[in-house]
Ligand binder design. Structure first.
Ligand code: PRP
Ligand code: ADE
Length: 169
C-alpha cells in the first residue's frame, strides 16, 4: 500500500512531509485495493451511513458506501453545506479549522463508519466523531489509508472508545 503513496516535502508548510494519496487514487489496482481493504471489516450490513471527511474522505467514502450499499454523509469544511448545520472546530498538524454536517444527515441510533485518507493528530477525525455523536449516531469505527502514529491520532480516538483501522503507517 505504501508504494502507491508519495511524500511531498515541505507541503503545505516547511517541515511537513505531506503524504499524497492522489497517486494511489490514480492507480486502478491501488485504488481498488485500498477501498476493498477499508470496507472488508464492515461487510455484513451493520453500517447505515459512511461519513466522509473533506476532501479525500469523499473519494474513499463514496466508494466504500457504494460497495457496502449504505448512504454517504459529507463532513465539510465551514461554509460549504447549504442547509442547517452543526459545527465543530479543531486543531490541525498545521493550523485550525471548522467542520460541519447537515443537522438532519443522521437519524438518532444509526450506525456510522467515518472515513478519511489520513490520520495525523486526529483533530479532524475527532471533530467528525463529535459531530456524529451530537446527531445521535453510534460510531462503529474510523477507517484511514495512512496513519502517522507519532502524531497521536490513534491514541486520541481510542481514548474516546473509537475503533481505529489504518491500512498502513
Ligand atoms: C488532511 C487529511 C485529514 C487531516 C488529518 O486533510 O486528509 O483530513 O489532514 O490531519 P489530523 O489527523 O491532524 O486532523 P487537510 O486538513 O489537509 O484538508 P484537505 O483534505 O481539505 O486537503
Ligand atoms: N494532514 C495532516 N498531516 C498530513 C500529512 N503529513 N500528510 C497528509 N495530510 C496530512
Amino acid at each position: 500500500m505504501r508504494d502507491y503513496i508519495r511524500t511531498i516535502v515541505d507541503f503545505p508548510h516547511e517541515g511537513i512531509l505531506f503524504r499524497d494519496v492522489t497517486t494511489l487514487f490514480a492507480d486502478p489496482r491501488g485504488f481498488r485495493m485500498a477501498v476493498d481493504r477499508m470496507l472488508t471489516p464492515y461487510l455484513g450490513g451493520r453500517i447505515d451511513k459512511v461519513a466522509g471527511l473533506e476532501a479525500r474522505g469523499f473519494i474513499l467514502g463514496g466508494a466504500v458506501a457504494h460497495q457496502l450499499g449504505c448512504g454517504f454523509v459529507p463532513i465539510r469544511k465551514k461554509g460549504k453545506l447549504p442547509a442547517a448545520t452543526i459545527s465543530e472546530s479543531y486543531q490541525l498538524e498545521y493550523g485550525e479549522a471548522v467542520v460541519e454536517v447537515h443537522d438532519d444527515a443522521i437519524e438518532p441510533g444509526e450506525t456510522v463508519l467515518i472515513v478519511d485518507d489520513l490520520l495525523a493528530t486526529g483533530g479532524t477525525a475527532e471533530a467528525g466523531v463529535r459531530l456524529m455523536q451530537r446527531l445521535g449516531a453510534t460510531i462503529l469505527g474510523c477507517a484511514f489509508i495512512v496513519e502517522l502514529p507519532e502524531l497521536g491520532g490513534r491514541v486520541k480516538l481510542e481514548t474516546l472508545g473509537i475503533d481505529v483501522r489504518a491500512l498502513c503507517a
